[in-house]
Ligand binder design. Structure first.
Ligand code: ATP
Length: 592
């Protein structure tokens, strides 16, 4: 993706028109000085009274020329404005487009890649880079208009006196070449500053997310400020200061080149070449005239340089998060499934430089609808990793997943994923219901609000939560409410009950889980609550990324295909089953 391509792709016709008008305005702009010169020269040579007209009581000499002059002024005003406004508006559209592309890319990127990159880099790209790209790209029309003006004026000089033109060109070539040196140096510093912005963003997140820890300990806070936050802040500042200083000096140097040339022509050149006073005046006027376009060209270089750096960053991010290979949208209807079978499933986390990543698998297991499966095991045994494979968040390196008889493929991936609902321990609570609305939703909300004791804490109006500023337990109950309103085939809860008080643990394990089971859902619960292991139909013990033991504790319950509304509490039909759970868990759960 190139800087200007972004614009051309967005609105080719408008861009073409803007460039055309910009170029015409530049050409017209460069005609003004020759016109003034012609006017001055002809009023010198013509006798008084020639070509005079009255306008609003004012005498206008050379009125035809004056008419052309003011006509061109008007044309420059209009064409320049249309060119700039149109490009500015396209630039705004491009900003939104670019952000949208990034949002879509993030939404389409595999969870493992998002976990690897982290939110800081992504936020820095969306907030910093997109803005810089657009500022840089927006400078392009001015650059164009100024460049055309400079070319026009050089043409005028060539017409006036070719020798002067050669001197000016030599000066410009020298200026352009020498100007590249500071640009190169500044580029390096801007690049360095941009690298640090990612770390700074991460440090700012730490400042906000870790505010509680930092507030309690002044030494800790100061250390964090000095060693992390301000270290990055000052690094960005230092690099930006140097980059901008070099650029500023270069800009001043560039500005003065015109005057050096004027000086050389006025004091040196005239001693060696024949040039008439009117030619000299014309050349000096032209040189003075192009100081502004030169300043514009030089002034826009830093923003174009920054935009290029940012564009590289965006391209890098885009390349590093490849989109998932399967279509994002669900396909047609899927055959109903009763069993989710996993065969030889393997997954490996990305490791560090020195160590291989944690491996889960090979794993074989079966999850059934109308059954409750508990995945248990010690910390770091691979429960969450396995569950993310089951909820199709991680793509397995090998092995297969079958929904009923249908193998999971790229074609049906999105459709099966659509049938899954999960609440992970790092869940995000949206401020509204985003699931498809059902006719009985209001009644079910009322019922769940009462069951989860959320009444009086918030109201849900027009599917929007009046607040999400709740206790941790309440927030998780609200997330559960939103999940229960959905109608999915598979529900996964990763330590959902960990921060619930005993009464809500009871509600969750003994009621909600069974209610989902009675609705024919496959329910997977990751849990350390060994007190409730006897609620499981199937217990899967994880240890070091492998299923150490799988205990089937059920008479097969019939799968209820039609998902009814909230069913009355189904008392656990496993109570009283012999439960080897506690002892086995105690062994498995012992951290090494
Ligand atoms: N995003 C990740 N990138 C790299 N390695 C990871 C990642 N997530 C987890 N791991 C590694 O995988 C191992 C298993 O982690 P996982 O979260 O699956 O364990 P768990 O059984 O759910 O643990 P806990 O009970 O503490 O939640 C860990 O030892 C960790 O080092």
């Amino acid at each position: 993706m190139k800087l200007f391509d972004l614009f051309i792709q967005r609105a080719p016709n408008r861009i073409f028109l803007s460039i055309l008008l910009g170029a015409l305005s530049g050409i017209s702009y460069s005609l003004l000085i020759p016109l003034v010169q012609v006017g001055i020269n002809s009023s010198d040579s013509a006798g008084s009274g020639a070509d005079v007209a009255l306008f609003l009581g004012f005498e206008i000499h050379q009125y035809k020329l004056a008419l052309v002059f003011f006509g061109i002024c008007l044309f420059v005003l209009v064409s320049r404005s249309i060119s700039q406004v149109s490009l500015m508006r396209v630039a705004m559209d491009v900003t939104t487009d670019l952000r949208k592309t990034l949002y879509e890319q993030i939404a389409r990127s595999p969870i493992a890649d998002l976990e690897r990159i982290g939110s800081s880099k992504l936020i820095a790209t969306i907030t910093t880079d997109v803005g810089r790209i657009v500022i840089g790209a927006r400078a392009i029309p001015d650059l164009l208009i100024s460049a055309v003006t400079i070319v026009g004026m050089l043409g005028f000089m060539a017409y006036l006196n070719y020798s002067v033109f050669v001197v000016v060109m030599q000066a410009i070539v020298f200026g352009v070449i020498t100007y590249q040196v500071p640009v190169f140096i500044a580029n390096k510093y801007f690049h360095r500053s941009r690298q640090r912005i990612d770390l700074l963003q991460e440090a700012i997140q730490g400042l906000i997310a870790g505010a509680k820890e930092l507030k309690l300990d002044a030494d800790k806070r100061e250390r964090y400020f000095a060693d992390v936050l301000m270290e990055n802040e000052y690094a960005v500042l230092a690099a930006d200061k140097t980059g901008n200083t070099v650029m500023r000096l270069a800009a001043n140097y560039g500005d003065m080149i015109s005057f050096f040339v004027i000086g050389v022509i006025a004091y040196v050149f005239i001693n060696y070449h024949a040039i008439t006073p009117s030619e000299l005046t014309g050349v000096v006027m032209a040189m003075l005239y192009i100081t502004t376009p030169i300043a514009v060209v030089i002034g826009t270089v830093p923003s174009v340089v920054m935009a290029k750096i940012s564009l590289n960053k965006v391209n890098g991010i885009m390349r590093s998060i490849p989109a998932e290979s399967y279509p994002a949208r669900r396909g047609g209807e899927l055959p109903a499934w009763t069993e989710l079978r996993v065969r030889n499933l393997c997954y490996q986390h990305r490791g560090s430089k020195d160590e291989a990543g944690f491996q889960v698998g090979p794993i074989d297991l079966t999850i059934r609808r109308g059954e409750v499966t508990f995945i248990v095991g010690g910390n770091g045994s691979g429960k969450s990793t396995l569950s993310k494979l089951l909820t199709l968040h991680y793509a397995a390196a090998s092995g297969e997943i079958l929904f009923g008889d249908q193998r999971l493929t790229d074609e049906n991936f999105a459709a099966y994923r659509q049938r899954i609902c999960s609440i992970y321990s790092d869940y995000y609570l949206f401020d509204r219901l985003l699931c498809e609305a059902k006719p009985d939703e209001a009644a079910r909300i009322k019922e769940y609000m009462a069951l989860l004791k959320l009444e009086g804490k918030l109201v849900i109006e027009a599917r929007q939560f009046s607040t999400t500023a709740l206790s941790d337990g309440q927030r998780k109950r609200l997330a559960l409410l939103a999940a229960l309103l959905e109608d999915k085939d598979l529900y996964l809860f990763d330590e959902w009950a960990a921060d619930q008080d005993p009464s809500f643990k009871e509600v969750f394990y003994r009621r909600i889980v069974h209610e989902l089971k009675a609705r024919g859902k496959a329910v997977i619960v990751i849990s350390h609550d060994d007190r409730f292991f006897d609620e499981a139909d199937r217990l899967i013990y994880m240890d070091q990324g492998r299923v150490r033991e799988s205990v089937d504790r059920t008479r097969r319950a019939p799968v209820l295909e039609s998902a009814g509304n909230t069913l009355p509490h189904q008392p656990s039909n496993h109570v009283g089953h012999p439960a080897p759970a506690q002892e086995a868990y105690a062994i498995v759960n012992a951290e090494p």
